[in-house]
Design a protein around this ligand. Sequence first.
Ligand code: ATP
Ligand code: MG
Length: 138
Amino acid sequence: MTIEVKNLSELKEAAKLVVDTYSKDRIFLFYGNMGAGKTTFINELCLALGVTEHTSSPTFSIVNEYSIPQGCIYHFDFYRLKDEMEALDMGYEEYFYSGDYCFVEWSEKIPNLIPLNYVKIAIEVSENQHRLITIEKK
Ligand code: ATP
Ligand code: MG
């Protein structure tokens, strides 16, 4: 499905829809150019899942962890990863196969470590700055 999002309040609605539609899924990979809105959408998904703490981009930390009523959320940003070995060293498997939510930006950096099943969320910016969010189960 593709959702056209015109502003941040529509983004909030889109996040609720995704959380409800994919309630059984735990691994979500985000695609889109720099500045497309991956982190912004992930923050809305976190809020929709019940995160109450302040959320931020894990660009420097690689992974941020948030607690939610049903467990926790891991938000990854692999942009600054040097190689896949670094992901292995940080124990990415413990996160990916924990059964907790994993929201991943820049999984392009770990092409050989992508799980078999995940939800792919691709974000494109249109000329009028709207976001086209395409969601597809792999
Ligand atoms: P990076 O690849 O650098 O991590 P990103 O895809 O995570 O980038 P964001 O940091 O989420 O991008 O967003 C970049 C900018 O776009 C922010 O200023 C944010 O407020 C704005 N933005 C994101 N999504 C939307 C939206 N749906 N509507 C309007 N503005 C948005
Ligand atoms: Mg980001």
